[in-house]
Design a protein. Structure first.
Length: 321
């Protein structure tokens, strides 16, 4: 087995201020890139000297230049941005949505700019903008709900929908809402907290509170959707694997004029009583070939939480294979 050929290169960055941001506090961005590629990076004035295997050298240079270009656009560089550069494949402009002007897919919200970090996430976001009904299916930590809520907020602030409705089945480890103390809202809130967390990431607190008061943003259990027709709304059903077949049918048939629906779930985390089939599985089987409905799938490779989460998911997948 022959050793990899080592090489050296120097990359120059004209703006020293941006180079400081590129390196990160205590050069943590450079350290991250070194760990991912196996190269060594040294800063010399407004240059970065890079040493390592030729293929890794090329990858490191590409990532550094892409991140620097991001800084030139006035954007920040965070750990997630570095992760995205390593995960995402290059996409020709004509493969992008027209609404993004042939550039990168970005979701603008009131508080932050959201960008897909994997190719599966990019396909999913594209689907959310182009289909009236979209499913996102895969393990925890892949951004299914987070991205869906971000797209919903984007559509709301751009006037494409009049309201956002987020719901979940109130199923959690066999515990029933009636056993919890407090008012109806207080009983429901623990189940809805992940949806509140996502909204708080995208909307200022006062604005979100006002939207909730005006019913521009609603968060409710799935059971509360019965009898409603949801028009001009962006509707998200989270944890859809815990909806029964009848609940899923009820929810999907709420779709009204001018609305979008997103259904997210993880087939490996069904909390329904034994013997009760998951409505998500039935929806996959029955609707896979219906025009206008897209199914988007994620794997452990798309996990964007702590690296250990991806390793844990992979270990469980191998055990059940």
């Amino acid at each position: 087995m022959t050793a990899a050929t080592l090489s050296d290169t120097i990359v120059e960055f004209p703006d020293n201020r941006l180079l400081i941001d590129l390196c990160g506090e205590f050069d943590r961005n450079l350290t991250d890139i070194e760990a991912r590629t196996g190269v060594q990076i040294l800063r010399r004035g407004n240059q970065l000297a890079i040493h390592g295997p030729e293929d890794a050298l090329e990858a490191a240079v590409d990532v550094l230049q892409s991140l620097y270009a991001r800084l030139e656009e006035g954007k920040e560089v965070a750990k997630g941005d570095i992760d995205r550069e390593f995960r995402m494949e290059d996409t020709a402009p004509d493969e992008q949505l027209e609404m993004f002007g042939g550039g990168k897919i970005e979701i603008k919200t009131r508080k932050k700019l959201i960008e897909p970090r994997t190719d599966a996430q990019k396909t999913y976001v594209t689907s959310l903008f182009t289909n009236e009904m979209a499913f996102g299916i895969g393990p925890a930590g892949t951004g299914k709900t987070y991205l869906a809520v971000a797209v919903g907020v984007n559509m709301l602030i751009n006037g494409l929908v009049d309201k956002i409705i987020l719901c979940r089945p109130a199923v959690e480890a066999g515990e029933r809402l009636g056993f919890l103390p407090g008012t109806q809202e207080e009983k429901v809130d623990p189940y809805m907290q992940p949806l509140y967390d996502a909204l708080n990431d995208f909307l200022p607190g006062k604005q979100l509170a006002k939207m909730k008061e005006e019913k521009t943003v609603e968060i409710a259990p799935l059971a509360f959707m019965r009898g409603r027709t949801l028009s001009n709304a962006f509707v998200v059903l989270d944890e859809a694997q815990n909806a029964t077949t009848m609940q899923m049918k009820m929810f999907l048939t709420r779709l009204g004029e001018g609305s979008r629906m997103v259904i997210t779930g993880d087939r490996t985390q069904v909390d329904l009583p034994r013997g009760v089939p998951s409505g998500l599985a039935d929806a996959e089987r029955l609707l896979a070939h219906v025009d206008g409905i897209s199914f988007n799938y994620f794997t452990g490779k798309d996990v964007v939480r702590h690296p250990l989460v991806a390793a844990i998911i992979e270990a469980y997948e191998q055990d059940t294979a």
